[in-house]
Design a protein around this ligand. Sequence first.
Ligand code: NOJ
Length: 545
Amino acid sequence: MTASTTAPPITTDDDWWRSAVVYQVYVRSFADSDGDGIGDLQGIRQRLPYLRDLGVDALWLTPFYTSPMIDGGYDVADYRDVDPMFGTLADFDEMITDAHALGLRIIVDLVPNHTSSAHRWFTAALAAGPGSPERARYLFAEGRGAHGELPPNDWESIFGGPAWTRVADGEWYLHLFDPAQPDLNWRHREVRTEFEDVLRFWLDRGVDGFRVDVAHGMIKAEGLPDVGFSTMTTGQRQVELLGKGRLPYFDQDEVHEIYRAWRPILDSYPGGRMAVAEAWAETPQRLARYIGPDELHQAFSFDFLDATWSADSFRKVIDTALAESTVVGAPTTWVLSNHDKQRHVTRYGDGDQGLRRARAASLLMLALPGCAYLYQGEELGLPEVLDLPDELRQDPAFLRTGESRDGCRVPIPWSGELAPYGFGPAGSELSWLPTPATWQALSVGAQTDVPGSTLELYRAALRIRHEHPALAVDADGVTWLESEPGVLAFSRTAGTTVLTCVVNLSGAPVAIDGYGEPVVASAALTGSGSTRLLPIDASAWLERR
Ligand code: NOJ
């Protein structure tokens, strides 16, 4: 692909992220340019026109750095290079140049909590031995028990099992995730300097922002105190605790020093360079502390990921997120799917019902104020792949907990009749995870220009979201309207123009004529004239001018 010279240039609006639609690219599974069955940077480059036509503003790329890929690239061995499986730095430069020429911004993932065990710092730490300066960059400690044979404390890995691994000389090192992801010691000056330099490295290459992995985890409480996990049953218990209580390795006050050092670096570059935190905190007030003019720009609001299909549940998620946004003083973010969670088609019941509900939820999300994060393939209505053979699953959590995130990471179907449906170049039959036969009918090619397809629904919704004054960044927020039980209705207003979003989560069709003229709907409306009905499990946008 060569970028068109007539394409709209990227805007200079420093606040672009406030109402952006960001499309998450799981690089390994998006598009494979060289036929090895693994997505890559040139594959993304070739598909940029698709993303421009879809109508998104920015891409968030999951880690593409040098990595042994134990945790899908969230185990980084070299923060300043591209893994050969994804391409080269030159490929990255070409991709970002073309993206910018098409008006698309690029957000990259930053993984500061831990490195890969293949990182040069960690191999040096192992070689250097206890008490060495090399070990000081990580969290090594002596074990408990008469011979140090027990882990230094009771912390559990988020992927299951103890958060400590013992090395040959008897010391233990901390890994909140896989043993191949040793936690860094963020009280070490060199660690801080290194990451400030990594930020500059990618900012110099033109990136528009960073998604900060485990942004609440870098500082651990002094003395590494026990949590009390010994009284709990499984590692799963910890997952339940995430975000609900302040664990000694999450959301420590000192973590904010790190972001206060990063913000001036971001601000020293032109064009609104931003950072979004993957952070979990006990209260909205504590989450708010990550955001603001001297720290990060956004934090993900993950509540939609756990919301059940009910008017009460959705209403609660929206009201909570909007209230948090008021506390934080920054627009909220909305996420229905990502690379860590079961796809929302499947969460809402799978099959036709799941798809109908997923389409309705997406239309709801896109009418809300703030920044929406889409996960690749949701615009095609892809479900979770539930029947992957165990031997193909690669999520490190699978072996430890039996739970796997591979089913939402299956390569995207682009076109054609043979798997993997255009994921690779013509004739390539390889894909690192198999693509289900049912995805032929869900491919981009199969849905393009097909009225009523999920892809065309997303395109229409994104176009209207960009053009409609009542959905603009300076339009009014959400005003809830009275509605029947099980039905959500809210309006957004700009001057005399009102756009109303109605979501039917009740068990019966609902009359919507009172709200205005339909502009887009997730399912065909029934009835006609003054008796237009919104079917069950559907949403519609209606306008009045
Ligand atoms: C959050 C990422 O989204 C997830 O995929 C990863 O496994 C962990 N952080 C560890 O880096």
